[in-house]
Structure formats: C-alpha cells, structure tokens
Design a protein around this ligand. Sequence first.
Ligand code: GCW
Length: 696
Amino acid sequence: MKRAISLCLGVAASLLAAVAPARAEDGYRLWLRYPAASASSTIEVEKSTPIIDTAAAELRRGLGRRVARVLLATTADPRVAALRLAQPLGDEGYAIRSTQVAGQPTVVVAAEGERGLLYGAFALLRHLDTGGAATAIDLHSAPRIKLRVIDHWDNLDGFVERGYAGRSLWDWWTLPEHIDPLYLDYARANASLGINGIVLNNVNAKADSLTAAYIAKAAALAEVLRPYGIKVYLSARFSAPHDLGGLATGDPLDPAVRAWWAAKADEIYRAIPDFGGFLVKANSEGQPGPGDYGRTHADGANMLAAAVAPHGGVVMWRAFVYSEVNPEDRAKQAYSEFQPLDGKFADNVLVQVKNGAIDFQPREPFHPLFGAMPRTPLMLELQITKEYLGQGTSLAYLGPLFEEVLNANTYRGEGSGPTVAQVIDGSAEGHELTGIAGVANVGRSRDWSGSTFNQANWYAFGRLAWDPGLSAEAIAREWAAQTFSPDPRVVDPVVRIMMGSREAVVDYTGPLGLAHQMATGHHYGPGPWIADLARPEWNPAYYNRADAGGIGFDRTKAGSDAIGQYAPELARLLADPRTTPESELLWFHHLAWDFRMASGRTLWEELVAHYDAGVASVVDMRRAWDALRPQIDAERWQKTADFLAIEERDARWWRDASLAYWMSVNGLPLPAGAAPPAHDLAWYKAQSYPYAPGNP
Ligand code: GCW
C-alpha cells in the first residue's frame, strides 16, 4: 500500500514536471520572468518599513545569485553618504552602484526616499534581466512626472468598459474580507514600472462607489497597494450629493452640496489616509456635471478640490467633453469649453486631456489644449486598452503612438517647442503638479492583458510615464528581452514586428488622417457608411465626409477652423495641404479624389496603397512570427499566432469594406493591380456583432 502511494506520488510529480514549464509560460509572470534560482544574494536593508520590505522581497524573488550582495539604503545612511552621489534623486529617484561596503563587493541601491528604493530594486532586476552586466553597475534615474496613474474603467459588477481581458481584477463582492492574491501581483507589476496611482472605478461612475460599504472595499485595496508605493483614487459621480445624500441639487456653488463633499472626503480619508483624490468625467456622454446647474467645469473641479485639499488630495478633471446639441466640430468643443478657463482652476486640480481631440483613434494630431492652457497643469490621458486598434486580438504596439504625441511640437513657445512631453512634465511652465494617466488593459485573463503583446502597451505606458523621453523602440527592446529572452535573435525580430504594428492598423483602418470609421457601439470593425445615428458626431460619415467630389474633414478657415486652435506657426503649416503631414491630411482637409500626393499618385491611388500596405504588414508580421517559433515557448507562441491570423482576417475586412464604400461614393475603379473587395458593400453593411466584448 505504502509503495502504491509513493508510486502515485511519483507519477503525479512527473506529471507536474511535464506540465509545469508550459504553465509557467502562460504569460502570468508578465515581464517579471526572473531566472529560476535556488539561492539568493544577501540582501541588506538600512531599516525595515513596508515599502523597503517589499523592495527586498522582490530582490529575493528575482535576483538569484547574480550579484553577491545588495544594500538598500537611503541617503541618510552613512554608507550611502560615502558614495557622494551627485544627482538629486527626489523622493522617488534612485541610484545603483557597484562598490565596496565594509570591504565587500556590494551593489548599493540608494535613494532619498523609500519609494526610490523600491523603484531602484526593480531597476536593478530590469538591468540584469535585459542582459546588463552584473559588475560595474552605475545607474540613476528619477521620474519626470509626479502622478503616474492607471485608470480602470471597471464597473462595480465586474464588467470592464472597453476591457478585452476578461472581468475586472477587483472582486468588489468579496472585498474587503477577501484579498485575492492577484491584487498583489498586479501591484508588483505596476510598481516595477513606477506606477504610483490607480483609479479603481470607471469614469462612467456609479455614486455607490462613494458609500460606506464601497469605501471600506477601496480601503482594503489601498492597504494592499500601499507597500508598492501606489495610492488609490476614485472616479466620482458629480450628482452623488443628490443620488446618495438626498440633496435637491448637486450645484457646486450650493453650500449644502459643498458641505456634503467635504464630509464625504473626510470620511474617505478616515478610511484611506493617503487617498489620492477624485477623477471626474462631467457633462460628457450623459454624465452629470456642473453644466447641469449652469456652472463651469472650473466651478465643479474647484468644489471637489476644496473638499480634498485639507487632506493633500487632487482632482483630475477630464476635458473629454462634447455634446450632441452643440453644432460645433466635435474636435473643437473641448478647447472651446476649457481654454477660457485657463488660470481659473484651484492649485490641486489637473485637467486631464486625451492625446487627441476626438477619441484615442489609431492616429490623431495632438490635442490643441496642450498648447493653450499654460496656467493649468495638464495631465495626458492615453488609452492602453486598444478600443480602436483591434481590441484584444490585434498585435499593435502603442509605444510609437505614445511617443508621437509626447514628442509633438506645440509651437507655443519662442522658436520651437515646447513639446507635449514638456507641457505635461511641468518643465514648460514650471508646474510642480504633473501627471499622466493610461486607461488599463487588464482583467482576469490569465495573461492579464488578453495577449502577450498587449502587455507591452501597459509596459510602454509605465516606462514613458516615468521618463517621457525614452524611445518607443528602446522600450520595446527592454520589454522583449524580459518577456521572451535577451537573445538578439529573439529581440531583434520581435522589436521589428512591434515597431511596424501600429502603423499597420492605421493603414488598414484609417490611413492619411481618416479617423473614427469604426462600427457603432462595440467599435470593432469598419463602418464608414454609417450616417444615421441620432448623435451626429457618432457617425463615421461625420468624420470622412466622403462624396463624389472628395474625402476628408475641412478644418481650415473655410471649414470648421479647428486649425485655428493651434499656435499660429503650426496653424499656418496645417492650413495648406502641401505643408500638412500626409499622415494627418484628411483630418484637416477635404480633398478631391484626384488630389496629387507627394508620391505622384492621386489621393485615391494613395489611399488604396495604404490599405494594401496595412494588410501586407500583417502578412509580414505573421511570417516573422512563424520564423520565431523555435525560440518562443509553445503556449505564448500559439496564442500570438492565432491572434495574428484573426488580425489578418480583420485587416482584409477593414480594407475591403472601406474600399467597397469609397468606390460606391466616388465611382472610381481600383488602381491597376489592386484586388477587388471579397464581397459587395451590402455584405459588409450586413455584418453585425451584438456580443463583441467591452461594449457597455
Ligand atoms: O472612447 C470613449 C469610449 C467610452 C468611454 C469614453 C470616455 C468611459 O467609447 O466607452 O467611456 O470614451 O473616455 O469617457
């Protein structure tokens, strides 16, 4: 009997051994795939605090014996003082040096504050995991942006708006009693990037998240996240005093309303002493706001700011505002509403502005507000989740999109600059309060983001939030090395695939500045013909304006004059199609189908060439991924290969449906050599996807 049991155990163990490696490469470990090790270096700490203990634990988990000894200590420690670190590190920066401490070779991770030690620990691991040498280490870095925040569009029932990676990580039902271990690994992943804030709930907010029961749940999450240097924030529903408090109004100038919010803030801070503050979507897409009471966005933001100010909190007030009853070009509305309020916001308010003036399209010119509100801290909002770029399945690395907006020249200053990065990092105007937010792409999918390559967008956001000067390509290299292998035979082709992938989506969905051409509601797939929605600015036809004479949105003076919202020098360039970047051409101009492009081709021929190039890029990505098969573990390779097949199908669908529609409008034949669409226009129009994910 005894023998039988041990035999069984033996079989079970060998089964486990057979299964374990595959399971270990299912993407759960993200980019934190430390080499297996049986022993760890000696980790010494100056003192034990929850954050420093977290840093030490991570080193114990990941370092193995790659260096002999590590000391984690602040600049208050004499052993660090002896290093005479030159750079000011601030409260989150770090320096890492190989040196001798008490005659022993030691890697010192030094910082002014303990959060710097946490980020330094992760930086040391990143350095080694990307193939950095274990000797002569000399690194230092400090974040350029203060609030580096992930926004969750997670509802209290577990649904994630525009989420393509399963249900919400937050199991509100079992909180605060049950702490799912996922929360800890999620905190680790964010801390590894320097993320220091998380907005727990959707900007399309329910007032319920501000009830005592939900504050207790948020407090439990805050406790988990705190040792990782992460503060929690909540999206606040502006009408909460009415919805929850029974007040007759939510008017921000009403003393009873102000008192309600002040008391609510006090209640939250009693439960969460380091609560970050509120994020608000007001008077946009049906959300309540100060406009309901004839007040301005500044009135609304300042009222909430006054409630959290005594506790050191901030308000992140979104500028994503447009209205179906306002006939003005949607691209102009946020500027029209917010620019006159510059200088009118309280000191602890940031105005959160999406990268472009419409809505996270595969390509948009930078939002004109970035060049127009010098007296207000502007927080950049990016979408990590790929609502408009193939959602869960496409391989679209967003590093180049993020980099493009950060490097965009606002032309607001003397000569050149400042760039959007210099506006949001505060250097352009000397703002102390600075921030950047990314809309999360995580859920309960085993690999967190729904696909391995979607993880790269979370990674890229975090790295750029820390240092908006990093290049998208360098970040891709880092990510690929940690996620797959530092071997250049893996990194080089993976990075090549990544770097062209976003442009491929632009090409097959909306080249040359076309945007917002997706189907209604779920936003998956093409719908350029749609023109019958009640809200005019939700119709793709509103944006493409395609007719027999031409295509594109005239935003010159002869049209909506959205160009007039940019600095004069830039506006001058954009006013002329010849000096407008071709990648933004149809965003700013309505042009004849036979308009001559720089290539010598007509606009129509050029459009078709872009759609074809988009499809061809996906075919190339598939080929390159196939060639990587021997180098990549089976589970992650297969899922990516399957998803690339889906993307190729979708790219052809986008191309064919779009061309079928443009041809129905312009009556032109396809240029020689271009393949006709696989189906007629009626077929594309008849496609329907009532169960596509992420659609609220
Ligand atoms: O992109 C649009 C999305 C909405 C979202 C909105 C916003 C949270 O389609 O789902 O709502 O933007 O940013 O508020």
